[in-house]
Each structure stands twice: as C-alpha cells, then as structure tokens.
Design a protein around this ligand. Structure first.
Ligand SMILES: [Fe+2]
Length: 476
C-alpha cells in the first residue's frame, strides 16, 4: 500500500535494490520494440567495471559483443539505438585504448567532474522504492477533487480557465504544492512523483481533462502549448493505420518504443486513462546519474555547440546547439541534458534531411552512451489507470517502451500529456539555457502563433496532424 499524500516524506537513500540485475532481465532494458517488458524496473545491465576503458561505467555483463558487427547499421542514423551496435563499438574502443597511452581527461569549463552522489536526484531505478515517489489519494481527497470539478463546471468557463482559483482544493492543494518540491530534489525528492487513486472511468472525457488540469495547476500554474495548433493537451494513443499508415504516423500516435529524450517543458505530466495491454511503460532516468557515468570526453562532446538539429524542411534547414548544459543554480550549478534523438538521427517516420551535417563518430558515441546509461539506470513506471505522473524535465530523461494494445478501441492505451512551468521555482533552481529559450518562449510566453487555447477532449485524428515532422519536441 502506498503511503497517503498526508504521510511524511522520508529519506530512503541506500535502499536495497528490488530487482537484481541478471541475464534473464537484461533484455527488459532494451526498448527498441523487439522486447516487451514485464518487470518493474528497467535497470537490467549490471555494472561490470567502474574503471571501464571506454569511458563509461554503464557496462553490461550480459551483452556479449556481436561477432558480425559489420552487418549492423550506422548507429548515428538509428533513432532507437541497437545495443549490439553500441557494445560492439565500445569493445573496439577498449581495444584501441589498450593500444595507446591513456589521455588525461579534460572537462569543459564549469562542468563538474561528478554530481554529488548523495543528492536525491542522483539515483538508479533499481535503488528506488515506491514510497519515495508514490502517493495515494484518500477517499476524502477524491471527494474534494470531485467537489472542485463540480464547482468549475458550475462556472461555465472554458477548460483553459482551470486553475487554483477556479478549481479549489483547500485541503489537498497545499499538500500537492508541498509535494511538488520533490521535483526539485527537496524533501529527498527524486525529481518525480505519482498521485494514484483516481478512477478515470467514473468521469466523462471532458471531466477527466478538467480534473487533470485542475490538480496539475497545484504542481505548476503555467501550462505550455504543445504544437502549432495551440493544443495545450496532447493525447498519447496509437491511432492506428486507419488514420495514417505506420510508416508516417509520428511516435505519440503509434506504439513504437521511444528512446531517451527530453520535451519542451520544465515539468511533464501524464494522466493515464488506460495503460497498454503489454508494455508501454514510461522509463525515467536521472540525468545526474547518467552524467556521473560519462567519461570527460563524452561530456566535452555533449557540451560542444555543434550538434546539428534537423528542422525537417524549415529555414534554416538545421540549427546548432549543445545537448548538455551547466546551469547556475543558487550558489552552485546543476547540469541539464536537453535533446530529442529524432532531430539528431532521424527516425523511420522522420528521415534525416540528407543535405545537413551528420553526427560525427564522437557525437554518435556520446549520444548512444547517454541512451544506454539511461537504460542501465532507468526506473520503469508501471502506470495504472488514473495515475498522475509528474517529473522534472530538467532533471530526468524519459523514454517509452513499445507496446501492444487490445483490439477494442475503448481499451487501448491512452495517456494525456501536459507541459508545465513554475516561474518562481524555475528561477530558484536555474532557468532555461539561452540556447533553448526559443521553443520555451513559444510554448510558455506567447511568442509565435498564439491564439485561443485548444483543449481537445478527444484525440485529434487528422492525417496532417499525426504525421507532422516539424513539431519541435515531444516526439522523442
Ligand atoms: Fe517525450
């Protein structure tokens, strides 16, 4: 039984891993779609050697290098990277390093050698236990939410007007505000939490959206527009080939696995109306844990401002920026990974523009290392119907397993996504790096083609919408 929202939040550093890494579980970390996961935790690659010569300590005991590596595709062009390619290349790197003297590590300026491993934001999924991040809503909490829902409906306002004043939660609201400190590592927070206990089947589609936006307003008051259509709510569900064929339907509307990435928001929120029949879990990984696993050479590569992001037909055809940032945060600094793989590698439904620069071998190696360190240290979140999952997009990377749905349309996986921002906390914790501000302004500050907010209570089923390649983020 998860602790109630009212129970004190306790530190639980150093807890016992709930799942031991082993060969039979190793494949659960592979999210390329060939394997559907049933375990609780994605972390499956045991750490073989902290002094690993290839420059990362995310070494798997159970991934033997392939013998026919020349048959594998170029990893720099692979959206969901193949672990056989990655570990084959690392074996080659190890051999090369054995053959020449070690090069002294050089970190770029303002990047620490290591994030304090005692920080609650530095974690491996296998070390977490549910009571650190799961809070159950009581019957009184749910009654209060339903009262707020009826209150809002009585105001006859559009969904865009949902907020703390129009969706009053006098008892629960302050507790959610306090709980949200965990997103920033306070109160031993891990950068995410789940509220559990709602039954989405009790409510209409519109009422589910209202109560979701209402509860989320206590986590962060500003909501971001998620696309060029001014949609402030996105439906994550496989719309199937009747809306658009598999080879053009973008990942949010498909069942394919999505590699580790970030979105364009300070905080991400997912409300699970229905989970998938198999798979489809969200994978969360601590960016700081990944950072501590990286070699200085990889850190330097990730922090260099020369990563070419495909604009998929816009002008200019690509932009350059780093993937890794060192951000002032109070009296210290925090590190932040911000990227999607799709504009860097292309994907099956968004082929990379052939005339723009490819990733260099060093970039390809660093990008894949980030991904597989994410796999090694991820928590696989088994969402239940009604779960409200919130996480800090600056502190965690996320990915999604491929999934299998039931046949009945009304039983298919269906999640609702919000992009959130809390200006005060963002200033205190360290704001968005300047290189990322353009999409943030577009989402949160009304620059761009803003207009009336759209809050679609049902998925948009238009071919052009679900096949749009140019959307900046959220497509992994
Ligand atoms: Fe995403």
């Amino acid at each position: 039984m998860a602790p109630s929202l009212a129970s004190p939040i306790t530190a639980d550093e150093g807890c016992t891993p709930t799942i031991a890494a082993g060969c039979h579980q190793r494949r659960t970390g592979y999210i390329s779609g060939r394997v559907i996961v049933e375990g609780r935790a994605a972390p499956t690659l045991s750490l073989a050697n902290q002094e690993d010569l290839s420059g990362t300590n995310c070494s798997p005991r159970c991934h033997p290098p392939p013998t026919d590596e020349e048959n594998f595709p170029d990893p720099a062009k692979t959206w969901n990277p193949d672990p056989r390619v990655y570990y084959s290349r690392r074996l080659q790197q190890q051999r090369a390093l054995h053959a020449r003297p070690a090069i002294p590590p050089v970190l770029p300026p303002r990047f620490p050698a290591r994030i304090d491993p005692a920080s609650p934001l530095v974690w491996s999924g296998q070390d977490l236990v549910e009571h650190e991040y799961l809070r159950s809503l009581s019957a009184d909490d749910i009654a209060e939410i339903e009262h707020a829902l009826e209150h809002f409906k009585g105001l006859s306002l559009p969904i865009a007007a949902v907020g703390r004043k129009t969706f009053p939660l006098p008892e629960l609201g302050p507790r959610i505000i306090s709980l949200s400190n965990k997103l920033y590592g306070q109160n031993n927070g891990r950068g995410f939490f789940i509220l559990r206990g709602l039954d989405p089947k009790k409510y209409s589609a519109r009422d589910n959206v209202i109560l979701y936006a209402g509860i989320a307003s206590y986590v962060a008051e500003r909501r971001g527009r998620q696309d060029e259509k001014n949609n402030y709510l996105l439906h994550l569900t496989d719309l199937g080939a009747s809306v658009a064929p598999d080879n053009v339907r973008q990942a949010p509307y498909s069942n394919v696995p999505q590699p580790f990435h970030t979105d364009t928001a300070d905080i991400l929120a997912l409300y699970t109306l229905r989970p998938a029949f198999r798979g489809g879990r969200s994978l969360l990984a601590s960016s700081s844990k990944i950072y501590n696993s990286l070699a200085p050479a990889h850190i330097a590569t990730l922090a260099a401002p020369n990563w070419a992001f495909d604009s998929f037909g816009r002008t200019p055809s690509y932009t350059l920026r780093p993937l890794l940032y060192s951000v002032p945060s109070g009296t210290t600094r925090r590190i932040q990974l911000s990227f999607s793989r799709r504009p860097l590698t292309g994907s099956p439904v968004s082929p990379r523009t052939p005339t723009i620069p490819s990733l260099t071998p060093a970039q390809s190696a660093a990008l894949d290392t980030v991904h597989f360190c994410g796999v090694a240290h991820a928590l696989s979140v088994a969402q239940q119907p009604g779960d409200l999952l919130f996480w800090n997009n600056f502190a965690l990377l996320h990915a999604r397993e491929g999934f299998q749905d039931r046949e009945e349309p009304e039983e298919r996986r269906h999640l609702l996504r919000l992009w959130l921002r809390d200006d005060k906390r963002a200033r205190e914790w360290g704001n968005v790096p300047e290189e990322l501000m353009a999409p943030w302004r577009d989402a949160f500050e009304g620059e761009g083609e803003m207009g009336v907010e759209n809050w679609p209570v049902e998925p948009v089923r238009e071919f052009a919408f679900v096949t749009e390649q140019r959307r900046s983020s959220g497509h992994a």
